[in-house]
Design a protein around this ligand. Sequence first.
Ligand code: URA
Length: 189
Amino acid sequence: MSKVTKQQQLDQIMTDIISDKVCPELATTATQMVFGDGDPDSELVFIGEAPGKNEDLQGKPFVGAAGKFLNELLASIGLTRATVYITNIVKYRPPNNRDPLPDEKDAFLPYLKRQLAIIQPKLVVTLGRHSLNCFLPDLQISQVHGQPKRYNGQVYLPLFHPAAALYNGDMKQTIIDDFANIPAILKLI
Ligand code: URA
């Protein structure tokens, strides 16, 4: 029997999200599910909050202004988005770009954990406080950004959210500096 690829296993999670009717209201207001993008064999996974307008229309995470900045950050360490895997906690766009609700994050978390169990990345980079606090609820992004944290056998790197950093000079330099350490952190793991 042929081996089931990681992509096929990830596709099964997408199917399950639909058949399990996760967040049916969001599913109704969204154009489509934004599940994830990139290389499922990558050692690096980036996790944001939820799709915005552009992501909702294109069906891919981080394709708007924050995504353009994320692409630049990846290029600054010699990577492209095709060589990493990018996803969000919540897979449908919340209406009017509101923050994802606690119930919505909770509803999607088991599926996100399954994604990670399939990909088995060396490093999970959390983008913003929502993503950090899904995995490490007691930590504050302003205090721990840029510091790798090992928890239950997985290493996490908390970073500011590129959308927040984009229009804030200090935060922008901080995320650029924190990003520059990713290659060294990967070598240490
Ligand atoms: N912000 C996010 O958190 N995720 C996206 O996909 C786009 C913007």
